[in-house]
Design a protein around this ligand. Structure first.
Ligand SMILES: Nc1nc2c(ncn2[C@@H]2O[C@H](COP(=O)(O)OP(=O)(O)OP(=O)(O)O)[C@@H](O)[C@H]2O)c(=O)[nH]1
Ligand SMILES: [Mg+2]
Length: 403
């Protein structure tokens, strides 16, 4: 008997919670008309309504009684757990058109805790379930007007915060905000910092917010509005740890390899894979030396710009392997080159067991670590044995840099 009463109370409370969290959605005029009619019909059922309200109030009145609140009411829109391996509990929030497409690349890797926030549904990536989407009401896109973007995101920051709580849930430590610099919506995304910090605080997360902002191509930067939006976006994220993706560099790396249509999707996927590799390696043990989740968190917590790069070296016999690895990873990176004196540096090496058991190569790898270490105040490193790799792979990451 007691348990069925509790079940009934939980059901009502769930209904109330769902109603409170319901976000506005765009509806066609005739759909809306139908709903209004339905509401009218419902409100005529007076007796039912009164009973229901009294019932809900009763629950609130007796909510303090021990044991009544032990059943956690779950929002049924809670997104499934990430299936992508990662040392850190991450969520991704893409803001604006480019942000949404970048976020989709992480979703495709299995980071299910991904939300896509936009001011228009016309600019959403294809094939994304609506549970991942948060539509900001008030305008159908902002047409590169960053002030309007900021206004709309600010006015709806509670909507975004609620979506984080109900859909990302309470098992998240780090939030990556992905945005295209130059437009009006993504460039305004840093206005969400307080709402996201409040969300993370409320779930006692141990991490923080990291921004990933794309830099427009050289051609795009000739346009004063795009240039101004990008400069504003960059200034606004400077206080936070942030990664800049240089679209000009990315497109140059991909030109000739993929067609125009696939350039951005290929670039987005390759950036997502690079960041995923770092998150994954920090979760792996190594018999030589490991880079662990604490090391990674120290790098991510350092305010300033973060650089990420990778390279593969087929000939490990060269003398200056340290410089080859560093220069190669800078050349192949989607980020602008690191600036002088980064606060943190990371060198992750993936070698075959043959390489790692060769005393000569091992000596060179040690020298390479020292070479990269000499360029940052604090060096974190890891060497991992993988036998199915095309050569010696190096991933570098520098943090705490000025733009
Ligand atoms: N890396 C990357 N950059 C992109 C992609 N799509 C667009 N961009 C860049 O992002 C910039 C901003 O464009 P959008 O993201 O469409 O702009 P928005 O944030 O939606 O803003 P509004 O459309 O003005 O509301 C563009 O100028 C491009 O430089 C993408 O898929 N990947
Ligand atoms: Mg847009």
């Amino acid at each position: 008997m007691a348990s069925s009463i509790k079940a009934a109370f939980t059901k009502v409370r769930k209904k109330v919670n769902n109603n409170n969290l319901k976000q506005p959605t765009y509806k066609k005029a005739d759909e809306q008309k139908d709903e209004t009619l339905e509401e009218k019909n419902m409100s005529t059922k007076d007796t039912d309504q009164t009973t229901d309200d009294t019932y809900i109030n009763d629950v609130d009145d007796w909510g303090f009684v021990g044991g009544m609140d032990d059943e956690v009411v779950q929002d049924d829109r809670l997104l499934p757990e990430n299936t992508a391996t990662s040392a850190l509990k991450c969520a991704f929030i893409g803001v604006g058109g480019a942000g949404g497409k970048l976020a989709k690349a992480f979703l495709d890797l299995g980071f299910n805790k991904t939300l896509i926030v936009n001011t228009t549904e016309k600019d959403l990536p294809d094939g994304v379930d609506s549970n991942h989407v948060v539509l900001i009401p008030g305008s159908d896109g902002v047409g590169k007007d960053i002030e309007l973007g900021k206004k709309l995101l600010q006015e709806n920051s509670a909507l975004v915060e609620d979506a984080c709580r109900s859909r990302l849930g309470n098992d998240v430590d780090w939030v990556f905000v992905l945005a295209g610099g130059g437009g009006g919506t993504g460039s305004a995304s840093s206005i969400l910092t307080h709402a996201l910090a409040r969300y993370l605080k409320s779930i006692e997360a141990g991490g923080g917010v990291i921004y990933v902002v794309t830099k427009p191509t050289a051609q795009e930067l000739l346009n004063p509005t795009i240039e101004n939006n990008y400069t504003t976006a960059l200034n606004d994220v400077t206080g936070n740890p942030h990664i800049i993706i240089d679209n000009e560099r990315q497109l140059q790396l991909l030109r000739g390899k993929v067609g125009l249509l696939n350039m951005y999707p290929a670039a987005n996927n390759s950036f997502a894979k690079l960041l995923h590799q770092v998150l994954k390696l920090a979760n792996e043990s190594s018999s030589i030396s490991a880079f662990d989740s604490n090391d990674l968190e120290k790098c991510l917590k350092t305010p300033g710009r973060i650089f990420l790069g990778s390279t593969v070296v087929k000939d490990t016999g060269g003398r200056d392997i340290g410089s080859t690895l560093l220069q190669g990873s800078i050349k192949g990176s989607p980020c602008p080159a690191p600036t002088q004196g980064p606060e943190t540096g990371v060198l992750l090496l993936l070698a075959t067991s043959l390489m790692a058991s060769d005393p000569d190569i091992s000596k060179r790898l040690e020298a390479a670590t020292a070479y990269v270490g000499g360029r940052a105040n604090t060096l974190f490193s890891g060497i991992y044995i993988k036998d199915s790799i095309p050569g010696l792979i190096a991933i570098t990451m520098f943090g705490g840099m000025k733009n």
